[in-house]
Design a binder for this molecule. Structure first.
Ligand SMILES: Cc1ncc(COP(=O)(O)O)c(C=O)c1O
Length: 362
């Protein structure tokens, strides 16, 4: 007999699948020295000033943090040149995604998003009893006209990850603006920019290009990726003040912890120091993409801190062979393999392992 009467939609829900840890791959395959290129993390540790700020703040973790993270909000608002009432902070941007779905999705409401995309989307939508409406990618990129066509009177939200996880392709603010102009303005459009700092700046900035014109656009960003704080959980939203008020009502008490707040402020203060690390990831991404293209791969345009190999039916076979060689990637069964850009040594190791795997299977 089951324990209690769990909601049927939760019983059927797949758990979120994080990237496999290197140590887990080592145990599974009986190997040592595995590297993890599976979670789009920054390969570099936080800047010394960020570590120092955290060390100092750790002495007061006996106290609850500021629930609303007001100092961090102020810092973000001045960094982004927007009013404080337009910014909120969550437990990573996935925490904000959960809040957004709680705020807008009633059972039976539709949420439209391209697919493949971020695996947390269908989970957060289904958690609220919402109906995910997926629009297939075309050539691994978004079909925004298809997204517009999928919007109906039942649609509450549109979710756009740009750059997209896992394919890495991005859309411009012009293209998003066109989409927003063509759908009802009571549909909230999320522009989820977890990888913004790795994308071509010519694609535009939704905070300055879209928010002033469209009250229904919400932008999510994070300190997890480019700013290297994935282990702390600081994501933020920029949106109309009314949306911010509703997101704040749903903020899990103290979700953005004390160290996360302090480190996020220190990381923003250290932006000039962190930028060269982002530049290194970008030049490594281009080097890896060029090496793959030179050996015959046709890759989608890589605008984030990873590359996506469209391996189709061979996905499971190839990712497992890479893993046995100690290179842990993120497979999407039947679709492709996402490989995070690591250090130069790690990227070389991935390229060598891939050519070994392909030679063996030729
Ligand atoms: C598209 C997208 N949005 C959001 C996130 C979550 O980021 P955070 O660490 O801020 O929760 C990710 C992380 O993988 C992502 O790929």
């Amino acid at each position: 007999m089951s324990v209690g009467r769990v909601r049927p939609s939760i019983e059927a829900l797949p758990a979120y699948r994080p990237g496999k840890a290197a140590v887990q791959a080592e145990q599974e395959h009986g190997i040592t020295g595995a590297i993890k290129l599976a979670s789009n993390e920054n390969p570099y540790p936080p800047a010394p000033s960020v570590l120092a700020a955290m060390a100092e703040a750790s002495a007061s973790v006996n106290r609850y943090p500021d629930h609303l993270a007001l100092e961090l909000r102020d810092r973000l608002a001045s960094w982004l040149s927007v009013g404080r009432e337009r910014v909120t902070v969550g437990c990573g941007s996935v925490g904000l995604l959960r809040q957004l779905c709680m705020a807008y999705v009633d059972p039976g409401d539709e949420v439209v998003f391209p697919w493949l995309s971020f695996e947390a989307y269908p989970i957060s939508v289904t958690t609220m009893g919402g109906v995910p409406v997926t629009v297939p990618l075309v050539g691994n990129a978004f079909d925004l006209r298809g997204v517009a066509r999928a919007v109906t009177s039942r649609t509450k939200l549109v979710l756009l990850a740009t750059p997209n996880n896992p394919t890495g392709t991005a859309v411009s603010t012009d293209a998003i603006g066109e989409l927003v102009a063509g759908i009802p303005d009571d549909v909230v459009v999320l522009v989820d920019e977890a990888y913004r700092e790795f994308a071509d700046p010519a694609l535009g900035d939704p905070v300055s290009d879209l928010l002033p014109r469209h009250r229904n656009v919400v932008v999510f960003r994070t300190l997890s990726k480019a700013y290297g704080l994935a282990g702390l959980r600081s994501g933020y939203a920029v949106a109309d003040p009314e949306v911010i008020v509703d997101l704040d009502k749903l903020l899990l008490p103290f979700a953005n912890n004390r160290l996360a707040q302090v480190a996020a402020i220190a990381a923003i203060d250290a932006a000039a120091e962190i930028q060269p690390r982002i530049d290194t990831v970008l030049s490594e991404r281009d080097r890896v993409a060029t090496a793959l293209t030179d050996s015959g791969w046709v890759l989608p345009d890589a605008q984030a801190n990873f590359v996506y190999l469209p391996t189709g039916d061979r996905t499971d076979e190839l990712y497992l062979a890479l893993e046995r060689l100690g290179v842990v990637t993120r497979p999407f069964s039947g679709e492709g393999i996402r490989v995070t850009i690591g250090t130069t040594t790690e990227n070389d190791r991935f390229l060598r392992a891939l050519s070994e795997v392909l030679n063996d299977s030729a």
